[in-house]
Design a protein around this ligand. Structure first.
Ligand code: 3HC
Length: 697
């Protein structure tokens, strides 16, 4: 008897229940249990049909990803699924929760599929750098047709039960009790004598690739745009094409080889790392499940600039009533009008319908007085980045906010401990650092001041989850984790331009690495004046020995603030957003270099890559060493979600381990010799190299 696959007889139906929490992943024991249960049912004189169902929250959500790094053990999932073809009794898969990857493939081995209305099915394997490797690329096109199969396999996005029914993946939707409904469905099949449907048939292929050229091309284009630089979606397409030109048996043999190559690739290792890193980030080492988040039923936002409006929308979209407070009626009305416009744009783009727009807008109200926040369970301050302004706001807020309300600041770099110290309730104060645009970007940095209560932090993390964001914890320091670790990359990018590289050369090295935009193009987009103001506010603390961003300052002095000014690191013609070479930048860079005594030179792409990336890695190591980030993988999650770092590279800290910490340290020391103090190696990096350790393994 299997511990993880139960066996019962209900009427004339054998019910096999997979019970392997939390998501019934198809690990070795489950695979063995399914085979044993199926053989038993096949031989059981009391069973004329078989139902396969999952216990708990879901039908299997896929192969057990943790087994990917171990030697593979028989029976392989492919063999389990192929075996089902030969079982003479009808097998019905009863799907609830999420039948994903190998889970969906397992249902394709069953002869019929029924699902709960809320079930979702899909093949998200491309997100792990692989593709459906248990014959999904062969069976799904036979069941759902090539276009729908490629949609699922290449894009990796699950679909709901109703769509699955429409695609022919599911035969019936069961309202109410799924187990009882599936048994009734099996009995109906038996009574009607419906022949078993075997999804590996026809065995001799399903039409020549040339007949489907347009569909295949469509998905190649989608793979290129949605998964830039990533190989697995293309391998998935090739695998599906194999099925078009080869008999089933040959195609699955070819699949095997292709799948193993994908599974063993660096991209898959990085993507699997990212999968677990993201889930790990949700766990805060000293805040266990026993610390419940505070209840949040209403929220407030102070300040309705671009960021404040985005935050209000994000909160309203998740179902929370939000009160926005602005300084005056005019500013408030203008902000509310902008919010209406944003929702109208969502309707125009087909993202939401009119009813949803009205519902969400109905959750947002405006006020010009803090007393309107007295009932809010959470208030997020999104005012100007000025310490006095922040202190004043929190001083006023603490007087009206109800006891136990979480009071958050969205500052992106300021000392939240200092803000909290001016209030009488530091236990309620946290940082919630959103990324622009706040209603779109999934990153939420939850910043933990020294004296805040653990349940206030738990509330911040819960809010992230509730609003569909990825919450990652950070400690207090200038720029916290995300911006602090990215700043050195931007710094080096500007130094490199000072030293002789063009903005386009610098940006290209980073886009070639897989980043969607180079750092200088990003600065143009967000505005060079933002960090200029920050540098000015920190002028007193500036280290006179360390190299300074003179060129970036000069650009701002010349009004080259980026896209909004029509000029920045690039030129922008006629109010456009397309960066174009602007020879003036080189003139400015040369003048600044001369003043600083820098001899301009040709700079190699390798140097640009190392300068930008290693500077960020070195800072990441310092952040980790200071305990500002709890884990190296938390830094990586922030880069993936905050800066769209290519997921198939894992993140900067994972990349550092891939490159080799010894090599990186040697290079950092060499840069220190040339460029001075900003390149002082992180003590943690030095320790790890001495011990043969790593950041992420
Ligand atoms: N293998 C191993 N562990 C898994 C897993 C899997 N396939 N799927 C989820 N888990 C673990 C998570 O790591 C997490 O563990 P933790 O509690 O120790 O952190 C736990 O299950 C719960 O997962 P979530 O926190 O993600 O729970 P949610 O409810 O938010 O989401 C889910 C559930 C939608 C199933 C989500 O976990 C998910 O998307 N899982 C991955 C699905 C997937 O990629 N399947 C394909 C696998 S590869 C495959 O099948 C290859 C085949 O083609 C041969």
């Amino acid at each position: 008897m299997s511990d993880v696959v139960g066996y019962e007889i209900a009427g004339r139906v054998a019910v096999l229940t997979i019970d392997n929490p939390p998501v019934n992943a198809l690990g070795h024991a489950v695979r063995e249990g399914i085979v044993a249960g199926m053989e038993r049912a096949a031989a059981d004189g009391n069973a004329d049909a078989i139902v396969l169902i999952g216990a708990g929250r879901t039908f299997p959500a896929g192969a057990d990803i943790r087994e990917f790094d171990q030697p593979s053990r028989e029976p392989h999932l492919m063999a389990v699924i192929d075996r089902l073809d030969g079982i003479e009794k009808p097998i019905v898969a009863a799907i609830h929760g999420t039948a994903l990857g190998g889970g969906l493939e397992l249902t394709l081995g069953c002869h019929f599929r029924v699902a709960s209305p809320s079930a979702r099915v899909g093949t998200p394997e491309v997100n792990l750098g692989i593709f459906p490797g248990a014959a999904g690329t062969q069976r799904l096109p036979r069941v759902a047709g090539l276009d729908h199969a490629l949609e699922l396999i290449v894009m990796g996005r699950p679909i709901g039960a109703a769509t699955a029914l429409e695609y022919g993946i599911v035969d019936e939707i069961i309202e109410g009790d799924l187990r009882a409904g599936a048994i009734a469905f099996a009995e109906k099949i038996l009574a009607a004598g419906t022949p078993r449907r075997i999804s590996s048939e026809p065995r001799d292929g399903i039409g020549a690739p040339q007949e489907h050229a347009a569909t295949i091309e469509k998905y190649r284009d989608l793979a290129n745009s949605r998964f830039r630089g990533q190989d697995s979606p293309h391998q998935a397409i090739e695998s599906v094409i194999d099925g078009l030109r080869m008999p089933y048996e040959d195609a699955v043999m070819a699949d095997r080889v292709r799948f193993e190559a994908c599974k063993n690739s660096g991209q898959s290792a990085a993507l699997r790392y990212a999968f677990f890193a993201e889930r790990e980030a949700a766990k805060i080492p000293d805040i266990g499940k026993d610390i419940a988040p505070r209840e949040i039923n209403t929220a407030g936002v102070i300040g309705a600039g671009t960021m404040g409006r985005g935050i209000a929308i994000s909160l309203a979209d998740s179902g929370l009533p939000v009160t926005i407070v602005e300084t005056g009626r005019e500013a408030l009305d203008a902000a509310m009008a902008e919010i209406v416009k944003l929702y109208e744009a969502m309707v125009a783009r087909g993202r939401i319908d009119e009813a949803t727009k009205a519902e969400r807008l109905g959750r947002i109200t405006g006020a010009v007085d803090y007393s309107a926040l007295s009932h809010a369970d959470l208030v997020i301050e999104v005012a100007f980045e000025d310490m006095d302004v922040k202190k004043q706001i929190f001083g006023a807020l603490e007087k009206v906010a109800k006891p136990g309300a979480v009071l958050a600041t969205n500052t992106s770099y300021m000392d939240i401990d200092a803000i909290a110290a001016t209030t009488s309730r530091p236990e309620d104060i946290i940082g919630l650092h959103y990324f622009a645009p706040a209603n779109v970007m999934r990153m939420l940095e939850v910043v933990r001041p020294a004296n805040c209560a653990p349940d206030a932090i738990a509330t911040g993390m819960a809010l992230a989850k509730r609003t569909g964001k990825v919450g990652v914890l950070a400690g207090v320091c200038h720029g916290f984790v995300a911006n602090r670790s990215r700043l050195p990359l931007v710094r080096e990018a500007t130094f490199l331009v000072e030293e002789g590289a063009s903005p386009a050369q610098v940006d290209k090295v980073l886009t070639d690495l897989g980043m969607p935009m180079g750092p200088l193009a990003v600065s143009d987009l967000s505005g060079l004046d933002v960090s200029w103001r920050m540098r000015q506010s920190l002028a007193d603390e500036r280290d006179p020995v360390a190299r300074y961003m003179h060129l970036a300052d000069r650009m701002c002095e010349l009004g080259r603030f980026g896209i909004k000014a029509g000029q920045g690191w690039y030129g922008y013609e006629d109010g456009g957003r397309r960066p174009q070479l602007d020879p003036e930048v080189e003139v400015v860079a040369a003048a600044v270099a001369k003043l600083q005594g820098i001899t301009r030179r040709d700079i190699s792409d390798d140097e640009i890559g190392a300068r930008c990336l290693y500077a960020a890695i070195n800072e990441g190591a310092k952040i980790l060493d200071e305990g500002i980030a709890a884990r190296a993988s938390d830094i990586d999650v922030m880069w993936l979600y905050g800066f769209a770092f290519p997921r198939w590279r894992g993140g900067i800290m994972f990349m550092a381990d891939e490159i080799g910490l010894g090599k990186i340290l040697d290079q950092i020391k060499a840069f220190e010799g040339i460029h001075g103090k900003l390149w002082t190696p992180s003590p943690l990096l030095e320790r790890l190299v001495a011990e043969g350790g790593s950041f992420t393994r």
